[in-house]
Write a new protein. Structure first.
Length: 422
RNA sequence: GUGGAUGUAGCUCAACAGGUUAGAGCACUGGGUUGUGGCCCCAGAGGUUGGCGGUUCGAGUCCGCUCAUCCACCCCA
């Protein structure tokens, strides 16, 4: 009989890794809270239409990467491939623009995209998302990017860089689109088949192409930065000024375009060279028309997403933090009476707040001690018939290799003082 | 969706050109100390060589199919 495996591209997060995940998540919560953000959690399943309208019909995500299925009444539902659309949906649905002053949100959770898995890319993956609605000030754009960088720095990721660009507003983009299209059509025969398609559908995306001949053609292509309108340009300049004031290092990448249709003006990515083919740790940008497109008030928005798995991958080869069992107490029980008494004692210690494990099997003292050692326990409590008859236990400090006798009544204060001082 | 690589013990890998009973290190269990960890020594357990089929006197090894994983394309977090 074949054992059942997890679904392709959907991975278990095992206990050894959990410490890293919690570390990153808790750090995110703490920092976002400090900046005035509130956590929000939305369902993992939404009506398919939310994403087709929100992300854009012509994007790869919508065209071929969504987990879409029918429910029992024939409605089309989809496992969320990203979070922004859901958060906006919730914001509109609960009329938060009139009912509350809350406009800054973060969400941590799983997303789903049906792609072929590879390093740093999975079918179920986790994102940390940040979204702000109702403010279109460049100051906020800068602060949002600062926040993303601050978080990565505080969890210890150094070798990442921030790339920014402006994609203009819908007005300047339409005219630039034509200019770019005209340029690209001159070289139509040399462009790869994909780019030949993109020239008509979404010429901006040709900038993402990695085919050598396309790269060369694009290297001389007009850049949107040279064509954005005055107001977009002013916005972009101010964003840069605020970034400098916040001491955020960045580079302008005029060839960066993002894969989701809704971005306008500020777009950014945080990239690294240590993730194989996946170089983005996170990315985001402004999406001023999106809330209105989804049937809500005409409020601007900006946000970003960070890829948890990618962060964890980077964290793993840089800072190696080890599981901390420094506070654990392991009970070594010798003989039937000791096993019965020790079992009760373990529960008592747990109720006092100690982290306690014990040997459930009747094994030799040596093997129980070995187990205590392997688990990294700080203290061992050794209980045998001799000790029981005298109302005491042996207490062993596994780090210092010292051992002494303690009255059972004195055990709790004794343990407390040892564990507190270390 | 396309291409490439790899599947042998829990892990990392061996096994000459097809040839007995598929090995080693680490990990695991027990012992060396009638009740004491890490180091050391001894012993033990653990495999339908991913699966199915084919060639052959004989297949871990060769062939076909299939499944899985990884990497890359594509795209993105």
């Amino acid at each position: 009989m074949q054992p059942i495996q997890s679904v392709k591209g959907m991975n278990d997060i095992l206990p050894e890794e959990i410490a890293l995940w919690r570390f990153a998540e808790e750090k995110a919560r703490e920092i976002f809270q400090r900046f005035g953000y509130s956590e929000i959690r939305t369902p993992i399943v939404e009506k398919t239409e939310l994403f087709t309208r929100g992300i854009g019909e012509a994007t790869d995500i919508v065209e071929k990467e969504m987990y879409t299925f029918q429910d029992k009444k024939g409605r089309s539902l989809t496992l969320r491939p990203e979070a922004t659309a859901s958060i906006i949906r919730a914001y509109i649905q609960h009329q938060m623009h009139v009912k509350s002053h809350q406009k800054k949100f973060y969400l941590i959770g799983p997303m789903f995209r049906h792609e072929r898995p590879q390093k740093g890319r999975y079918r179920q993956f986790h994102q940390i998302n940040v979204e702000v609605f109702g403010i279109d000030e460049p100051m906020l754009d800068a602060e949002v990017m600062f926040l993303a960088c601050l978080f990565l720095r505080e969890i210890g990721l150094k070798e990442v860089s921030l790339e920014i660009n402006s994609l203009g507003c819908p007005n300047c983009r339409i005219s630039f689109r034509e200019i770019l299209q005209e340029y690209l059509l001159q070289y139509q025969e040399s462009l790869c088949p994909d780019c030949n398609r993109r020239v008509y559908k979404n010429p901006l995306r040709c900038f993402d192409c990695k085919a050598p001949q396309c790269k060369e053609i694009l290297s001389n292509a007009p850049l949107i930065l040279d064509f954005i309108c005055d107001s977009c340009n002013r916005h972009f300049q101010e964003v840069q000024n605020f970034l400098r004031e916040l001491n955020v290092e960045f580079i302008i990448n005029g060839r960066m375009v993002r894969g989701l249709d809704y971005y306008v003006k500020t777009a950014f990515e945080i990239v690294t060279e240590h993730l194989g083919a996946q170089n983005a740790v996170g990315g985001g940008g402004r999406y001023d028309g999106l809330m209105k497109d989804l049937g809500g008030p005409d409020l601007p928005g900006i946000g970003f997403a960070l890829g948890m798995e990618r962060i964890i991958l980077l964290l793993k080869d840089s800072a190696k933090l080890q599981q901390d069992n420094n506070q654990m107490i392991y009970c070594v029980l010798l003989g039937d009476r000791a096993r019965a008494e020790g079992f009760k004692l373990a529960q008592k210690l747990r109720s006092e707040g100690f982290i306690v494990d014990l040997s459930y099997e009747d094994r030799s003292a040596k093997s129980q001690m070995r187990t205590a050692n392997k688990m990294g326990a700080r203290m061992a409590i050794i209980i045998g018939d001799d000790e029981l008859s005298q109302g005491v236990v042996q207490l062993r400090d596994m780090h210092r290799s010292s051992q002494w006798v303690v009255e059972i009544e004195e055990l709790v204060p004794e343990l407390r003082s040892i564990l507190n001082e270390s």
